[in-house]
Design a protein around this ligand. Structure first.
Ligand code: ATP
Length: 637
């Protein structure tokens, strides 16, 4: 369909060139996307729309892309949508003249506030046709709402939402409300948006040269790969979109490189259950083992002008949380080192002995407005990678070289800055004794990393097989802890009736944009912990289950807006007729956790960062494989 660009474009409904993009065009694209679950069709619809934007109103491509991923700016700027249900209900009631009770009843029936808004608005008599909304005007209002703070902020937000709803027609109210909620619910993954931008650029620049279907498919694939790889190194649409419009795909990689001040999504590791598995994976290749510190991921950026910023695993700016780390850092930078990006772990340590303390100590620290002189919990930075140095990205150098540069350009200072402990020994005995040592020193276990060749390049945002984690408690249980979203709860009994007594947990499927239930967890909580969880979760109770939860047969007493993430360990995984995790990926039944045990709250993870259903499927398959190997061994096969 894409190959004949002119025929493809002729099918679209254009607007006058140079005019703002009508919001209605974006909404009809969303509606088309909503009707299909086929990835290629979704990408094609979006490509058509982006191509029109690029041809008719290129200056609006950036905002249009942001509207498609439901964000207003890069993550590190910290301006977010996600307006609470009760504010939205009030706004819909006020702007459509219906009672709050009716809105609530409809929501209970429909399970989607967007639909309720659309129905309420479309049955409302209107005297005159409102001025058409544009992508720019909606984007500006959403930004205004996200920025409202201080006194009477709720009333101000409701006022702006009212004005938006009053100007909306047809399907528009549905998507305005969903944007405000922070979820479009049309299964539009961010990577699809990136691919569609790339395809639209290929079509814009393809010229009239005839090419075969294979050539054309390759052009599309290459374009998508360029944009995905550039975005993973420089995750800022503010930079990438103008650069694309300016010079096209050619040379984009050279024009958009890792830049200090713009955090890249960190490389992540795959779990392993045994040293044997590590050796199988790295067979005959050089690898290194490092301590896996139990702290918080910290990506430290210093720009040419000397500004230092620290970013979290989620690209949040944590500079205000760690002013002491920033102060400490300057002393560790050797002369001749100007700009850099370090990948490191911030770990709480005991002031006098420099003994490493567990993550829980670190999480006691305030997240904002910390003053260096008030800091109670001392933090040491353990650097394990160098991604950028003096104007040059190092992602495509091997780990051995990056590590050499790291050690050459920084100097450790006891209790403030260290290089991650490492050992390049490769026998089972060496790894085992290094693992024991790491645990004795207060770490979670080891990270095992490919050291040489292109397999050791830094892979932003990938959970890569070139980094393996070997945790102390892997050796029993399912191999790794899971980070799960609390989506529901069950009332307590006896003296626990005032709090929740058990919780329903879910993993996340980013393709289906769905939280899939995986287990009920209820044992092992102290009364005090249950009080705390109740206190935190109470506010996210909703009357009807959100439609992005796949409950299976689970029937909790209350449902939550998915917000809170918990780390959980389990004895093993089993197939279940009740839960929906990884359903269809392994078998028709879902996967569930047996004997789940709460470890800690993961407030550094968003619900979308939770363990994915693909990871659950992978864990289940590895367990099945290990069991079949075990039984073969026992039988002596
Ligand atoms: P978890 O923290 O539960 O292991 P995760 O999903 O946050 O899970 P993983 O990829 O599973 O991340 O584990 C890697 C994490 O371990 C990193 O994000 C980092 O915070 C931490 N870490 C500690 N020491 C190291 C090290 N030497 N190299 C890389 N990461 C390390």
């Amino acid at each position: 369909e894409l190959a004949d660009t002119d025929a493809f474009v002729a099918k679209q409904k254009p607007w006058p060139a140079g005019h703002p993009v009508p919001y209605a065009s974006l909404v009809s694209t969303f509606t088309l996307i909503e009707t299909t679950s086929k990835r290629n069709e979704i990408t094609t619809h979006l490509t058509a729309f982006f191509l029109m934007v690029i041809r008719l109103s290129p200056q609006e491509l950036l905002k249009t892309v942001y509207m498609c991923i439901n964000r207003l700016c890069p993550d590190y700027v910290g301006l977010e949508l996600g307006i609470g249900e009760s504010i939205l209900e009030k706004a819909i009631a006020e702007s459509t003249g219906r009672s709050l009770a009716k809105i609530k009843t409809d929501l209970r029936k429909e399970g989607d506030l967007g639909l309720v808004a659309m129905m309420s608005r479309n049955t409302q008599p209107t005297m005159f046709k409102p001025k058409a909304l544009t992508v720019s005007s909606v984007f500006a209002k959403l930004t205004e709402i996200a920025q409202v703070a201080g006194n009477a902020s709720q009333a101000k937000k409701i006022g702006i939402i009212n004005s938006l709803l009053a100007a909306s027609v047809d399907m528009e109210p549905k998507f305005i409300i969903r944007s405000l909620e922070g979820k479009l619910r049309i299964r539009l993954a961010e990577r699809t948006v990136l691919v569609a931008v790339a395809w639209a650029m290929v079509l814009r620049d393809r010229g009239s040269k005839k090419r075969s279907k294979e050539q054309f498919t390759k052009e599309l694939e290459d374009g998508a790969n360029i944009v995905k790889s550039v975005y993973s190194e420089l995750p800022s649409y503010d930079r990438v979109i103008p650069a694309l419009l300016d010079g096209g795909l050619a040379g984009l990689k050279e024009r958009c490189k890792l830049t200090p001040g713009i955090p890249l999504k960190p490389m992540l590791a795959k779990p392993t259950k045994a040293i044997g598995e590590v050796l199988d994976r790295f067979e005959g290749r050089k690898f290194t083992c490092e301590y896996k510190y139990d702290g918080e991921r910290a990506q430290v950026h210093r720009s040419d002008d000397g500004t230092v910023k620290i970013f979290s695993r989620n690209s949040e700016d944590m500079s205000v949380k760690y002013p002491d780390l920033i102060e400490q850092l300057h002393k560790c930078v050797k002369e001749g080192t100007s700009s850099f990006v370090l990948d490191a772990e911030a770990v709480a340590i005991e002031r006098d002995t420099a003994r490493l303390l567990p993550f829980q100590e670190l999480s006691r620290r305030k997240r904002k407005d910390v003053k260096a002189e008030d800091v109670q919990v001392k933090v040491c930075l353990f650097a394990f990678d160098l991604l950028y140095l003096n104007g040059e990205p190092l992602l495509h150098k091997d780990l051995a070289s990056r590590r050499q540069l790291l050690r050459r350009h920084f100097q450790p200072i006891a209790g403030e800055f260290s290089f991650a402990e490492s050992s390049d020994g490769s026998s089972t005995e060496e790894i085992q004794s290094f693992l024991d040592e790491s645990v004795k020193d207060g770490c979670e276990g080891l990270m095992v990393k490919m050291l040489e060749s292109d397999a050791s390049f830094y892979e932003p945002s990938r959970r890569s097989v070139n980094w393996l984690k070997l945790k102390k408690d892997y050796l029993s249980g399912v191999g790794d802890s899971l980070d799960l979203v609390v989506v529901g709860a069950y009332h307590g009994h006896g003296k626990r009736t005032a709090v929740y007594g058990a919780f329903l947990l879910a993993c996340y499927d980013s393709d289906a944009e769905q939280f899939q239930t995986i287990c009920k967890i209820g044992t092992g909580f102290s009364d005090e912990a249950l009080q705390q969880h109740y206190h935190i979760l109470k506010d996210s109770e909703v009357e009807v289950m959100r439609s992005d939860i796949a409950p299976g047969q689970a029937k909790p007493d209350v449902w939550f807006t998915p917000k809170v993430v918990w780390e959980v360990l389990a004895a093993d995984l089993s197939l279940s007729p009740v839960y929906t995790a990884a359903q269809g990926a392994v078998e028709e039944r879902g996967v569930s956790l047996r004997f789940p045990r709460f470890i800690r709250v993961r407030d550094d993870k968003t619900p979308e960062d939770a363990t994915s259903s693909a990871q659950v499927a992978e864990m289940y398959e590895r367990q099945a494989l290990a069991q079949s190997k075990g039984s073969k061994k026992r039988r002596g096969d």
